[in-house]
Design a protein around this ligand. Structure first.
Ligand code: MN
Length: 424
């Protein structure tokens, strides 16, 4: 479905007076509002190809209708999001769920919508039809070298697909691990995994990065072979300068101090990618910022501080992606909410009075340090985020326009009620 520019202009016109009023009230108190706006306009978050269909749990999946039936339709959906918020200008593909039949044509289609290809994602956590060897007992850690080779070859194939699309990074998330004590020799599992990753690493083109994603548990429940940031960093360090750790918000044990993890990884120059979602218990795939917005803010605060300390470009020097899809919301509305939550939190992190915070830290003034953070967190920066969208050509209120234009109803009419997007 195409949203015409005049529809967005009309919508913006209608909200203009109220927007201007809120914006001027906010910016009169902010010294660096223009600098923050510039950063917000530049910031882009990749949408994963599997988040455009309704997510499910291991119990059920309740499809919502009008889901994209092909990679082309997935790109159209992201184009729609990007048209509304101007911050979703990248797609992250999952292979083999979204193998491009014609890489060059897909690249052109995406470019027409201002969308580029972010990290490629491999999949050795499930068996595909016709696959000769099973990943039931792991892939890169497997005791059988032939299974490991199959996993390596799959990853190299994913790199080749990515090269055709102009992607420059590979995310490897392994479900490898064990469900019961004694099932695995931990050291041998690590060594096998490292050797397999080294083979993939040696196939990486020069400009590429490899992201080693960790996860504390699930689907394995006793041990995970890339289980935490320490293990990921160990692999990334042994692999070499093109390998980095990837932090996914949902992949930690409860109450992990994720902000400290990102601070130290940035200090070591080893944070490469970041996956957004939210959770109450584990890898719940809930909308970004829906459960723990303050934690997200504290993490963003460290991301901004740590990236600035290394002179990194906020937009391009880390791979930013949403990694969530739940089963009770319209996936497109969920993604609009997610991107909005990310932009709000990023703006709040940019708002932190760094000089005041540093002075408080230096003087052991715990109270002022907390005030410096919470002053920013408790500021309603939504008018600033809306202004950035407006300047970039997007909508002041993307969700409102999505509902008013009956986007989902149009998609159901176009694609049908019983369509199912590829994915889990
Ligand atoms: Mn992830």
């Amino acid at each position: 479905m195409q949203l015409e520019k005049y529809t967005i202009d009309q919508h913006n016109e209608g909200l203009s007076a109220s927007h201007k009023r809120k914006l001027s009230a906010l910016t009169s108190d902010i010294a660096n509002a223009e600098a923050i706006l510039e950063r917000l306009v530049a910031f882009q978050v990749a949408i994963p190809s599997w988040a455009l269909g309704t997510g499910g749990t291991r119990f059920a999946r309740f499809a919502g209708g009008g889901e994209p039936r092909s990679l082309e339709e997935k790109i159209e959906d992201i184009a729609l999001l990007h048209k509304l918020n101007r911050s979703s200008g990248a797609i992250s593909l999952h292979i083999p769920w979204d193998i491009p039949k014609n890489g060059a044509a897909i690249k052109v289609l995406a470019a027409q919508h201002g969308i580029r290809f972010d990290a490629m994602n491999s999949n050795t956590f499930q068996d595909q039809p016709g696959q000769p060897l099973s990943y039931k007992f792991g892939s890169m850690q497997h005791v059988d070298k032939a299974v490991r080779r199959q996993a390596v070859e799959h990853n190299i194939e994913v790199i080749e697909h990515g090269m055709a699309l102009g992607s420059e990074s590979l995310t490897v998330w392994l479900s490898d691990g064990s469900c019961f004590p004694g099932q695995l020799n931990f050291r041998k599992a690590f060594e096998n995994t490292l050797e397999s990753l080294q083979e993939v690493y040696s196939a990486l083109p020069d400009a590429w990065k490899m992201f080693v994603e960790y996860k504390a548990f699930e689907p394995n429940f006793y041990s995970t072979t890339v289980g935490d940031w320490g293990q990921s960093l160990l692999y990334a360090t042994k692999l070499g300068p093109k390998a980095y750790t990837l932090v996914d918000l949902g992949h930690h044990l409860p109450n992990a101090n994720i902000e400290q993890i990102v601070a130290l990884l940035l200090m070591e120059g080893k944070l490469g990618g970041f996956h957004f979602n939210d959770s109450k218990y584990g890898d719940d795939d809930l909308t970004v910022g829906s459960i723990k917005p303050y934690q997200l803010f504290l993490i963003f605060n460290e991301l901004v501080e740590g990236m600035d300390a290394r002179g990194m470009n906020h937009t391009t020097d880390l791979g930013w992606m949403i990694d969530a899809s739940h089963n009770v919301k319209d996936p497109l509305e969920d993604l609009l909410q997610s991107v909005e939550a990310i932009m709000i939190t990023y703006a709040q992190a940019l708002l932190v009075d760094r000089a005041a915070l540093q002075a408080a830290q230096q003087n052991n003034d715990v109270v002022r340090a907390q005030e410096a953070l919470q002053n920013a967190f408790r500021t309603d920066v939504r008018p600033l985020v809306a202004e950035a969208r407006l300047r970039a050509g997007g909508a002041l209120d993307p969700l409102q326009i999505f509902r008013k234009e009956n986007v989902r109803e149009h998609l159901v009419k176009q694609r049908g009620l019983k369509t199912i997007a590829t994915g889990l």
